[in-house]
Design a protein around this ligand. Structure first.
Ligand SMILES: NC(=O)c1ccc[n+]([C@@H]2O[C@H](COP(=O)([O-])OP(=O)(O)OC[C@H]3O[C@@H](n4cnc5c(N)ncnc54)[C@H](O)[C@@H]3O)[C@@H](O)[C@H]2O)c1
Length: 334
């Protein structure tokens, strides 16, 4: 089967990881070119570190016939525009989360994808993590009975303030992974949220009404309850978990150790943790991209798709409103 040529929009932390996957790990695809902003392009060219041809802008990338599919890995604020352009060009799209930085922009992007009929996958890689995937299998097979409670947590390092300014905020950038995990693991829609937040690390976040710590209460369509806990502080290493309780048991996805090894010494019991998301989820990032490429070759719809992207976006927007207005917000109102 022919290899599919990919273009990448945005060659930053995650774009560079996807570029490497397309060059070295994903079968049935190859990297053709990437686009970055002017400053970044200059830096890459000067350092000789560009892993592929760098196109002038998104239009010229999309105009290439050998770019048959795209990865959108630009900042969240630009996702809707880049998805819309790629859809209009008829290119299948793998987009990093979140779908956009607001619901109206997310709806425009979704409409463009649906109108063009191009395959679309959103980058919620936890669905392709072995621990999360196995947890979902167990829950779907009835291993814990009826789902009654969800608990999700993400603790990560605070990124550069310029990244945070264009990220859509903690609920769209960080918590969206947990909202998607909640929907994926429980198989239930989140209907209502109540969010609180605090600025405990970076006062500059207040200038654009964001927070660095947050807790979100969730209500699910089947009556189950949930809580999601977010922090831009992880001094001991990247820390993410999910726990789902049912009337017959519970399942936990929590495989955070860097090595399956525990050291016992004068400090007691020591196990090393992953430092960054690219370490913790390297297999899942490659697996999600491989699944996208496989779906394109098979002519099957990739997953999670545009409806998942939009629904999780609405949950994140509802949490943002809830935190700002200090009230329960229905996801259908977001
Ligand atoms: N799935 C995950 O776990 C995960 C992890 C990290 C990042 N992400 C998501 O990926 C996206 C990018 O995050 P990042 O950490 O790589 O950010 P980053 O700042 O490191 O990289 C962004 C890249 O986009 C480029 N860029 C900026 N504006 C652009 C424009 N208008 N057109 C084209 N390119 C532009 C920048 O030059 C840079 O190369 C964000 O939406 C983020 O939420 C997802």
């Amino acid at each position: 089967m022919e290899s599919i040529g990919f273009g990448i929009i945005g060659l930053g932390r995650i774009g560079a990881f996807h570029a490497n996957s397309l060059q070295n790990a994903v079968s049935g695809a190859h990297l053709v070119a990437a686009t970055v902003d002017p400053d970044h392009r200059r830096m890459l060219q000067d350092s000789g570190a560009a892993p592929c041809p760098l196109e002038e802008d998104v239009d010229s990338l999309l105009a290439r016939r050998d770019v048959e599919a795209v990865v959108v890995a630009s900042p969240a604020v630009a996702h809707a525009e880049h998805i819309t352009l790629a859809a209009a060009a008829g290119k299948p799209i793998f987009s990093e989360k979140p779908l956009a930085d607001s619901v109206p922009k997310a709806e425009l992007a979704a409409n463009a994808v649906l109108a063009a009929g191009v395959p679309f996958q959103i980058g919620f890689q936890r669905r392709y993590d072995r621990g999360y995937a196995r947890a979902r299998e167990l829950i779907a097979a009835g291993a814990i009975g009826d789902v009654e409670m969800f608990r999700g947590m993400s603790c990560d390092r605070l990124g550069p303030i310029e990244f945070l300014r264009t990220s859509g905020g903690i609920f769209m950038d960080l918590a969206s992974h947990d909202f998607d995990a909640a929907r994926f693991l429980t198989g239930e829609e989140i209907t209502e949220v109540f969010a609180v937040g605090a600025v405990l690390i970076e006062p500059e976040l207040e200038t654009f009404d964001d927070v660095d710590h947050a807790i979100v209460l969730l209500r699910f369509a089947n009556g189950a309850l949930g809580v999601v806990q977010e922090s831009w502080r992880a001094p001991y290493g990247y820390d993410i978990r999910a726990e789902v309780h049912g009337n017959k048991g519970k399942v936990i996805a929590e495989v955070d150790e860097k090595y399956p090894t525990v050291l016992y010494d004068s400090r007691g019991k020591v196990s090393e943790r992953h430092d960054q998301f690219v370490e913790r989820f390297s297999d899942a990032y490659q697996a999600e991209l491989q699944a996208f490429v496989d779906a394109l070759h098979a002519g099957a719809p990739p997953t999670p798709g545009i409806e998942d992207a939009l629904q999780t976006m609405r949950v994140a927007a509802a949490a943002t409103t809830s935190r700002r207005e200090n009230r329960w917000v229905s996801v259908s109102d977001a």
